[in-house]
Design a protein around this ligand. Structure first.
Ligand SMILES: N[C@@H](CCC(=O)N[C@@H](CS)C(=O)NCC(=O)O)C(=O)O
Length: 309
């Protein structure tokens, strides 16, 4: 397992395209109508892309509508494994679900998050941005009464634009830095990452959330990367120009979100650290998991002064 991943080409990490990109529909058109109890979201607590879908599922009150399957945090060459055979699908490895859907699957990885349809016994999607926006826009009939509108029509252009920047330089930027096997490629990724973090720090000086005084999809996209920053990306991925705790606004913003159960209870620092440090053997051959950092995510954040809850 010390081999460089297949997705690193000429020193540069190029993420594989998502194989399954179907959509569940609220209006019942197409093969995957939104229905309570029909779909199962497969996640790992370690994975930032999966945490976003768990946060949105909780914020919208979809816990009884879309069930949750959770894999072990440590992966070997067989990929993600369920601690017990998954009671709904019977799978022991996540790969079984990929191969049941497409026996000729040729991707180099079987990824979480993904959504399984218990009726057709197929994966509907493993396209993480599609999963959150699908919960937000196609499951409205099942949202809890006071559910926030995380993807309001009038803010979509601004949310999408910000998400594109945050994806390229921050969410995926940390992977580009961490997986780089060329010095220039690494430095380019780190410079872009901290350039965006500096911008976000400024943006959050007078706004409680990225879009102002309401929580949106943009916050859900950024948070899981911040939650992993000092614990993993700063050391393991060499993103060490600054730590999250060195950015007063970003750090306060991250603690503000962490204090809500949808964010805090889906953040498992132990699984996060064990996953990255043990699974990425080509970066950390010893598999030693560092003890630190010694950071208190529950210190008061004083962000309420900037706007609504
Ligand atoms: N679907 C996206 C993002 C999801 C993703 O990368 N998930 C990671 C965990 S954070 C995963 O499942 N990796 C499995 C593997 O590398 O075998 C992708 O294919 O790149």
């Amino acid at each position: 397992m010390t081999d460089v991943p297949k997705e690193v080409k000429a020193g540069r990490f190029v993420r594989q395209p998502n194989r399954f990109t179907d959509r569940i529909t609220g209006d019942g058109s197409g093969p995957y109508p939104a229905e309570a109890g029909r779909y199962r979201l497969m996640v790992s607590y370690a994975c930032p892309w999966a945490q976003r879908s768990m946060i949105v599922r909780r914020l919208l009150g979809l816990e009884d509508v879309v069930t949750l399957g959770v894999v072990d945090p440590i992966r070997d060459e067989r990929g993600w494994r369920f601690p017990e055979p998954d009671p709904v699908t019977g799978a022991t490895f996540l790969s079984e679900l990929y191969l049941a859907t497409d026996p000729g699957y040729t991707g180099s990885r079987y990824t979480v998050p993904c959504v399984w349809d218990t009726t057709s016994k197929r994966l509907v999607t493993n396209d993480f941005p599609n999963i959150t926006t699908m919960f937000e826009t196609e499951f409205t009939a099942f949202h809890k009464p006071d559910a926030p509108d995380l993807y309001p029509e009038e803010l979509r252009p601004e949310i999408d634009e910000l998400n594109d920047l945050v994806y390229a330089t921050v969410n995926n930027g940390v992977y580009k830095a961490g997986m780089a096997t060329g010095q220039d490629v690494y430095e380019e990724a780190v410079d872009a990452l901290f350039g965006t973090l500096d911008l976000l720090e400024e943006r959050l000086a007078d706004r409680r959330y990225l879009l102002g005084d309401r929580l949106t999809e943009a916050d859900v996209r950024l948070y899981p990367t911040l939650a992993r920053f000092d614990a993993v990306y700063h050391g393991h991925f060499k993103c060490n120009l600054r730590r999250l705790v060195d950015y007063p606004n970003l750090w306060g913003y991250a603690r503000d979100l962490y204090s809500r159960p949808e964010f805090g209870e889906t953040t498992d620092f132990d699984q996060i650290k064990r996953h990255y440090y043990v699974t990425h053997k080509f970066i950390n051959p010893s598999g030693i998991v560092p003890k630190g950092p010694d950071v208190d995510w529950t210190t008061p954040h004083d962000r309420a002064r900037l706007g609504a809850a």
